[in-house]
Design a protein around this ligand. Structure first.
Ligand SMILES: *Cc1c(COP(=O)(O)O)cnc(C)c1O
Length: 232
């Protein structure tokens, strides 16, 4: 695992990048939340980040995530599921996470709604948008988005917060920003259709500035905090 001192200084650098991008692109200071993507990282790496005021953590692999959530119960952390969702694995997600970013079908949303533990607050949900309709990517297509969002917004025990996307890599900052901007426009259309949304989950280690320029409110950053991941 990366040593705690490295995690501390990496976190500091990422926070400076976020603050600089907020200032440069006329975003309110503090309007972008840092989600630390801790997939494949050990509980002690997460503790090192938590001891430096990091609260939001994102996980992709369900079994691994459930073990860490259990091991770190004593810490005041907010857990985000950002991996692919198999519809037969929704129950542990509904029971153990605070946020789910990759919802792209009504079937999965209904299951999360039915399975959400009644004693817990509503589960925060982002719909994954496949903005470039890439066959290899999951996510709702732009055509599917409005009916899907309208239906999910009505489900009990879920709180639809916004959109998430993992667009293809672009060559330049300008091109990357333009792709992110399309997601922001899709979000704006939903808001105009009176679906209240406050979250745009966009941007990772390599492209968080372009995402913030396009209106991201939550950047999902792994490598820039914890270093390179061991391949699974
Ligand atoms: C792994 C992952 C990230 C973090 O990517 P980095 O390039 O390491 O910052 C962000 N979002 C999702 C959905 C991921 O799977």
């Amino acid at each position: 695992m990366p040593v705690p001192e490295t995690i501390r200084s990496n976190l500091c650098t990422v926070r400076e990048r976020i603050a600089a991008a907020e200032a440069r692109f006329n975003r309110a200071s503090g309007s972008v939340t840092l989600l630390a993507v801790s997939k494949t990282q050990s509980p002690s790496a997460i503790i090192a980040a938590a001891e430096n005021r990091q609260r939001h953590f994102g996980e992709n692999y369900l079994q691994e995530a459930l073990e860490k959530i259990e091991a770190l119960k004593g810490y005041p952390l907010t857990w985000h599921y950002i991996g692919a969702i198999q519809s037969n694995k929704t129950r542990p997600i509904a029971e153990h996470f605070d946020w789910v970013h990759g919802v792209s079908s009504l079937k999965v949303a209904r299951r999360l709604s039915e399975q959400r533990t009644a004693s817990l607050p509503d589960l925060n949900v982002c719909i994954q948008l496949n903005i470039s309709c890439e066959a290899s990517k999951s996510g709702a297509t732009p055509d599917e988005l409005l009916p899907l969002a309208t239906a999910i917004a009505k489900l009990p025990r879920l709180r639809l917060r916004g959109l998430m996307a993992i667009p293809q890599r672009a060559e330049t900052f300008t091109a990357q920003r333009a792709i992110f901007h399309q997601v922001q426009q899709a979000q704006q259309q939903l808001i105009e259709a009176r679906i209240p949304l406050d979250t745009l989950s966009l941007g990772m280690s390599a492209d968080l500035e372009a995402a913030i320029a396009a209106g991201s409110t939550m950047v999902r950053v792994g490598t820039a905090i914890f270093g390179a991941r061991k391949t699974k």
